[in-house]
Write a protein that binds this ligand. Sequence first.
Ligand code: GLC
Length: 428
Amino acid sequence: MAKNPYGSGDSKWFTQDRFGMFIHWGIYAAAARHEWVKTREQMSTADYQKYFDNFNPDMYDPKEWARAAKNAGMKYFVITTKHHDGFCLWDSKHTDYKAPNTPYGKDLIKPLVKAFRDEGLRCGFYYSLIDWHHPQYIVDKQHPMRDNQEERKANSKRDQKKYAAYMRDQVGELLTNYGDIDILWFDFSYPGEDGKGHEDWESEKLIKHVRKLRPSILVDNRLDLPGAGDFITPEQVQPQGWVMDEEGKPALWEACQTFSGSWGYYRDEESWKSVKLLLSMLIDTVSKGGNLLLNVGPTARGNIDYRAMDRLGGMGEWMKYNSRSIYGCTASEFTPPADCRYTQNGNRLYLHLMNYPFRYIHLDGLDDKVAYAQFLHDASEVKIIPKPAVEPGSASHCAARRTADQLVLEIPPKQPPVEIPVIELILK
Ligand code: GLC
């Protein structure tokens, strides 16, 4: 990654941990139809007030969330302290639009941070640059009031600089009142006509403020300020290979993904991904040198949706036996066979069988390089078919048809009871 003129955060733990939980939570959970509901439906602040007035997550138990994340194999989390609707989950001195003023009456962030830390997870804060509530925020093309001429006219009286100062104040609170925060996740810029970018956010002042308060924090790349971010954030896509920075060098990156297409709780959304697909996304990400931040959108009562709990449980079952191919692993120099992915950690090369093949696997470039092979989930030996010529017509003769640099493994015809089996290859 290119040198960062504003300083760089500590990425050592990040590339070790690989898998985190994104949490999108706010009063939009009550609407239960996407966190962008205010602007999608062009609601005024008065229309939107009902979600604030009725927000009372009586079942909120962050210890349960932390356990669910930990059991899924996640090592850190990132929570929306404020999303685009401007609602703040913590007790900010700089606004009344915050959880302590809803019927719930309390700071939601403090107990959350404690619960996750108690489970040994690292802590990240998402902070929305966009704010559809703040009175000084210039109404633009994404704002709920974009088609309201009165509100557009009122822009001449608004001072976006005051909003930028408000952000610095709030970020200051978040970085001083909750202990050591490891990630700050700003979201997002859309420069150009009727949009917003680094000048509107005063990104340079903001990043300097952040680095002064917490030099080792990792910051994402959405401030629209080249060199101000530590990591790149592909969203709802699986990149084709290792993600590169502006200079074409391999970057630190983290894919963010949803279970079902929405970030906030969406009651009627039906496109939930299977455990197998989610695991494939995690493996694919690490095989390309990245991290996966997988999102849950808790309900307005404070629960993680049963569908999300089901997927987290399924992933956890796999991670319990196979996480060695994820933590501390990265892309490999070797090219895997079709329908497979490699991850690597030193002399351990992990072959993920995304689609269980029949009997033989031919591995390019690994001839003579593997000392031992075993399934990861039960440490049972996987046979390496020896190279010398064998009886014509025999099964091993078929397997022996290989190019000079190939290694051939023989696997049982029946897939072991593992969603995606992993073969651990111990390199010489
Ligand atoms: C987007 C959306 C948002 C979500 C975020 C997560 O940019 O605006 O709702 O929080 O992506 O990456």
